[in-house]
Design a protein around this ligand. Sequence first.
Ligand code: ADP
Ligand code: TRP
Length: 320
Amino acid sequence: MRVLSGIQPTGRFHWGNYFGAIRQYIDLQHGNEAYYFIANLHALTTVREPALLRQYTHEAAIDLLALGLDPTKATLYVQSDVPEVSELCWLLMTVTPMGLLERCVAYKDKKAKGLAADAGLFAYPVLMAADILGYDSDVVPVGADQVQHIEVCRDLAGSFNHLFGETFVLPKAKVLDDSAKVPGTDGEKMSKSYNNTIELFEPAKAMRKKIMSIKTDSRPMEQPKDPAGDHLFDLYSLFATPQQRDEMAALYRRGGFGYGEVKKALADLADAFLAEPRSRREHWASHPDEVRAILADGASRARKKAGEVLRRAQKNAGVR
Ligand code: ADP
Ligand code: TRP
């Protein structure tokens, strides 16, 4: 199976990004042909500072490598290093109904808020479709919020195939439903836009401080509590083994403990979980040339495949 996914370098990755999306990419690199890329062209619709975008792009690569993405198993590249995809995007644009894009949430939400949207944001799902179709991808692991975009991709592939003959493989989305919504420090969905994130690679001390600041209710210590729907329990569960999770659930039901103890246990689990990624990250951060070489190698493999698909599409559409 060919697996492909992308992630935008719009800031440092947080727990939501990892448990909602990145974790599955890394799992799927085993036993599949995997393509993973850093979607810097998509990020350009929000990050307008060139130096910052460059920095986020490089750091996204380092973070993915630190989290276990193995460049000898998966092809890791930066989106803009494969111009074939942008060319393919135009071909797809010509079969994209306006109405389809008007219904897409990123654009619709911005418009509903009365904010000015640019054509890049509007056409965002078409570039995403080109990202996917350009590699004949079978499976696209994504967070729950991206499923609509995969549907758009399938629609466009279907229309193109209908008009010009069999050209594109129709991909399937793969969603991790048990972690669709990782809560933030305030209990709402963890998101950069809500300022409630815990970054994966913030220094250990700062991370612990953030964990200790997670909002909780003011239940008295001795009172038992249902763990279901408790965001601190949900965060604990992300890092816990099933046994640790059950033990914590029993403690909640029994009562007689403080949230401070849960937070401390959570911080300990997060530290243990991150020990290896942190040390791998140190290596990659101090060897930027190795990272650049990995990305260059990934881009050259990706261009080979995307070039094949682009030529097939151009031929079928009569522009080659
Ligand atoms: P943010 O909301 O912080 O800007 P992004 O939109 O850049 O995050 O998220 C990148 C991917 O990470 C998304 O496709 C989404 O699937 C996943 N993701 C982000 N936040 C969460 C969350 N709180 N829970 C689960 N998955 C998430
Ligand atoms: N839109 C995705 C996100 O915000 C990133 C992305 C761009 C992507 N192109 C893709 C994901 C292709 C999967 C496949 O998370």
